[in-house]
Ligand binder design. Structure first.
Ligand SMILES: C[S@@+](CC[C@H](N)C(=O)[O-])C[C@H]1O[C@@H](n2cnc3c(N)ncnc32)[C@H](O)[C@@H]1O
Length: 204
């Protein structure tokens, strides 16, 4: 088993795995279900998520990737899971009951002021929300991250602007992010996710 680029995501044969600190078992993370795994599979150089990191996760959904992020940060880390759909958050809340390093926050990521007081010392913001104002939401939440912390953005081109070609959107977003952050990596997520890109930025 080999750790990929110090991400605490491991490769065994064709599979990617993270280690659950509660059960001590390795769990498969599928690049077709997780943009984080897809980006790592595509050769992402770094995620900024380490053991004991505190991660603000936006668009937590049922908890698939957040559960793996909880494995990556371990028992000493924290994952604040923001999700605005009460229906999908049901599974998320159950998962958070099983794993004490995960905390559900049923809020809109568009209004970080509503949940900022529930956070403590965030090292990394991870966003996967497929909204028109994805970049604006990301930059607002990056404001909650410590100086020098990381931001990971999974971007869906069609949600950002359906009238533009994905390649045009990806360049436009890169420019937007470069104005306010240091962009340290960028990967296209095909063939795992069509018309999606993944950006890694460091807060200035
Ligand atoms: C593509 S899914 C996320 C999948 C998840 N990141 C994973 O890999 O397991 C996007 C999620 O973002 C949520 N979402 C969309 N807009 C949001 C917002 N403004 N605030 C919080 N969650 C939002 C949706 O309800 C949906 O559950």
């Amino acid at each position: 088993m080999i750790e990929i680029n110090k991400t605490r995501i491991y490769k065994k044969g064709g599979d990617l795995l993270t280690k659950n600190p509660y059960t001590k078992k390795y769990e498969k993370i599928d690049p077709r279900h997780s943009k984080l795994a897809a980006a790592v599979k595509k050769g992402l150089s770094q995620t900024g998520i380490k053991e004991n990191s505190r991660v603000l996760y936006l668009g937590a959904s049922h908890g698939y990737t957040p559960g793996h992020v909880s494995n990556i940060v371990g028992k000493g880390g924290l994952v604040f899971c923001v999700e605005n759909s009460v229906v999908v958050a049901r599974d998320l809340v159950l998962l958070c009951k099983e794993k004490s390093n995960m905390h559900p926050l049923i809020f809109s990521a568009d209004k970080p002021g509503d949940y900022k007081d529930r956070l403590v010392g965030v090292d990394v913001v991870y966003q996967d929300v497929a909204q028109k104002n994805q970049v604006g939401i990301f930059l607002k939440n990056l404001g909650l991250v410590k100086k020098g912390g990381f931001g990971l953005l999974a971007l869906k081109a069609r949600s950002y602007d359906v009238s533009k070609k994905p390649g045009v959107v990806f360049k436009e977003v890169l420019k937007e992010l470069e104005k306010e952050t240091n962009v340290v990596d960028f990967k296209l997520l095909d063939p795992y996710e069509k018309d999606h890109a993944f950006y890694v930025v460091k807060k200035k």
